[in-house]
Design a protein around this ligand. Structure first.
Ligand SMILES: N[C@@H](CCC(=O)N[C@@H](CS)C(=O)NCC(=O)O)C(=O)O
Length: 213
């Protein structure tokens, strides 16, 4: 089994975190020829990372890969057994993918398109508000009292809210949602979270150096 992509990507880090939370470490590689080469596109026509290859199975899309790893790898399930709890985990992931991810895209494009930044900040604030609305503030993890797939989805996205802060007030967006802010402090102090943040920070540093060089 091999996962193709780079650790900076929140979509690559998500299934990686799932594998780690299950006590495994899925092998990570970059695809020879890159993610736009014909061989990659034959396996993954979206031309995006991550891609998981397991025997004959070529699986794109971070959450689909995360679900597959959760089912295929030994170790604790990262989806609650209770149907309502599982629905809440899925809801948090969906709110992140449907609302946080596009807003993050707007923030990333801020350097080239500064006019779009206020709207992206507004959308990110709303997205965080949706998640804050559904979370229970007393929960230690994104939902409940153990690490679930919701933590695996949120941690690598929240990394960027710390990393982009400065020119853009992204940390303040988190601070304005006290339940999520407390979760994020705990998440990045945890061993899984700290490792992910350290690896993403190294990936970001390398990307910036490559851009300047
Ligand atoms: N919905 C996809 C999004 C994947 C995605 O956007 N990956 C980015 C890296 S963060 C990518 O490969 N971008 C390259 C491109 O769009 O050309 C998922 O969840 O896996």
């Amino acid at each position: 089994m091999k996962l193709y992509g780079g650790k900076l990507s929140p979509f690559v880090m998500r299934p990686l975190l799932v594998s780690r939370a299950k006590g495994a470490e899925v092998e990570l590689d970059s695809f020879e020829g890159g993610i736009k080469c014909p061989e990659y596109l034959a396996l993954c026509p979206t031309g995006k990372m991550p891609l998981l290859v397991d025997g004959d199975l070529a699986l794109p899309e971070s959450q689909v890969i995360a679900d597959y790893l959760d089912a295929a790898l030994p170790g604790p399930s990262l989806m609650p057994e209770d149907a309502a709890d599982a629905a809440m985990v899925r809801l948090i992931i969906r709110l992140a993918d449907v609302y946080m991810v596009p807003a993050l895209g707007g923030l990333f494009r801020g350097r080239e398109h500064p006019d779009g930044v206020p709207a992206a900040l507004q959308s990110m604030g709303e997205a965080l508000g949706y998640i804050e609305h559904y979370r229970r503030a007393e929960d230690e993890f994104a939902w409940g009292h153990s690490f679930t797939q919701a933590d695996a989805a949120l941690i690598p996205l929240f990394f960027f809210l710390d990393a982009l802060d400065g020119p853009m007030p992204t940390k303040a967006l988190v601070a304005a949602r006290p339940g999520l802010a407390a979760w994020w402090d705990r998440a990045k102090a945890s061993s899984l979270g700290a490792q992910a943040v350290t690896e993403q920070a190294a990936g970001l540093k390398a990307m910036m150096a490559a851009r300047q060089g």
